[in-house]
Write a protein that binds this ligand. Structure first.
Ligand SMILES: [Zn+2]
Length: 403
């Protein structure tokens, strides 16, 4: 089942919102990135004081602004007339960076190696990469692989890549300034590639900057870490995510804050929540089954359902849990406000009109707590089978409380 469920659900917005989700993120300047004031200041300070390290580690959790900050920083460094707080945005260098066609700006990222498809390095996926980043620089490895329709396959930065990196960096700089190599997820380098990179960091080619963008420092060679200057990127603030959703997706404050709250600093998840709706029906079906099973306290069905949920991709499991939270919230609104403000599709409304009465003061806060907790544990790679079984058992008790 997992393979057929490919995109992320939308569950909070009416359908018309999706159509305005086109390329709304470019150009990439510091001012295009919400929040991150401290990080921007540190980068600009480095540039203005001419203290740019030849190897910089952008370390931040999934869904932080690593990629957009590194591109904005590249633009700032290559710009003809950078200002106090941002690149000019109009010079030829800025233009080229914002279209990701600047000859001094290079990207390396994990790809699924394939002989048949002739994929051995990032360059073989560069077209797809550029299009994807231009559309939205907030994505994770999972999103990148979904884009390529390569979910669940092993994406790596292979040894062949290091040869390509050396080749590119041996060229003369086009701008007469820096050559910039942005390595997205260096933790995906295999050992050989990592060792080659280490050599490059030890003896960097002239006027070359390496930006390493990493989710987790644990999977990087200590020798690589020690050769880089560390810049920690904080998760996004709730206000910044909400503002971003309001301005880029034209959603109202209630929606933007409820998404931002669920996203917990992760912009990738926030953007996923407002875009794409392919899986809504699947999540809805699961939700209905889950509630009926819990209501009937059917142990056999409960095990079956836990297994089905455990078979989904991790992202889908998280989306499903968030979807559940959304329907709980809408149920309460339906109960107490007679449905004027609910944001539901027809099938959802039809189901909740009968079911919502079981979600009430007796159980809503515990239901929210359990589902939030499940989401928390899924993020941390809990065993999904155990987690969903446990959740189902708790749900069975909680639904009883509401009857
Ligand atoms: Zn410029």
């Amino acid at each position: 089942m997992g393979g057929t469920v490919s995109k992320i659900t939308n569950f909070l917005l009416p359908d018309k919102i999706h159509t305005i989700f086109v390329s709304i993120f470019t150009p990439m300047r510091f001012s295009d990135i919400p929040g991150n004031a401290k990080e921007k200041k540190a980068l600009i300070y480095e540039a203005r004081e001419k203290r740019v390290s030849h190897a910089q580690l952008f370390l931040g959790p999934e869904g932080s602004a690593k990629l957009s900050l590194s591109i904005a920083f590249a633009a700032y460094l290559l710009c003809d007339s950078p200002g106090q707080t941002d690149s000019c945005g109009v010079c030829p260098h800025c233009q080229k960076v914002s279209n990701l066609v600047h000859p001094d700006l290079h990207f390396v990222f994990p790809v699924v190696l394939s002989k048949e498809e002739k994929v051995s390095t990032s360059d073989d996926r560069l077209k797809e990469w550029n299009a994807f980043v231009l559309k939205n620089p907030y994505f994770d490895l999972n999103g990148w692989q979904m884009h390529l329709d390569e979910m669940g396959k092993n994406a790596v930065i292979g040894v062949e890549e290091s040869r390509h990196i050396l080749q590119k960096l041996s060229l003369k700089s086009y701008s007469g300034k820096y050559k910039i190599m942005i390595l997205w997820l260096p933790e995906k380098m295999n050992n050989q590639a990592a060792n080659k990179l280490l050599k490059m960091l030890e003896e960097p080619p002239e006027e070359t900057l390496f930006f390493l963008l990493s989710d987790s420092i644990e999977n990087l060679l200590p020798t690589i870490i020690s050769r880089t200057q560390l810049l920690k990127i904080a998760p996004f603030e709730t206000d910044d995510i909400a503002y971003f959703l309001e301005t880029k997706f034209s959603v109202d404050k209630t929606v933007s804050y409820s998404i931002a709250g669920l996203a917990q600093g992760n912009m990738v998840e926030a953007v996923q929540m407002v875009s794409g709706d392919e899986n809504q029906h699947i999540y809805f079906d699961f939700f209905v089954k889950m509630m009926r099973t819990a209501y009937a306290a059917n142990a056999f069905e409960l095990m079956n359902l836990s297994e089905e949920l455990a078979a989904l991709e991790k992202e889908q499991q998280k989306n499903f849990v968030r979807y559940g939270l959304h329907l709980f919230r809408e149920s309460v609104i339906l109960n107490y406000m007679k449905g004027e403000l609910v944001n539901l599709r027809n099938e959802e409304r039809a189901f909740l009109e009968k079911f919502a009465k079981f979600i009430n003061n007796q159980n809503i806060s515990e239901l929210n707590e359990e589902f939030n907790l499940a989401h928390y544990h899924l993020e941390r790679n809990a065993n999904a089978k155990i987690l969903f079984t446990d959740l189902m058992i708790k749900l069975t008790k909680l639904i009883k409380k509401g009857v």
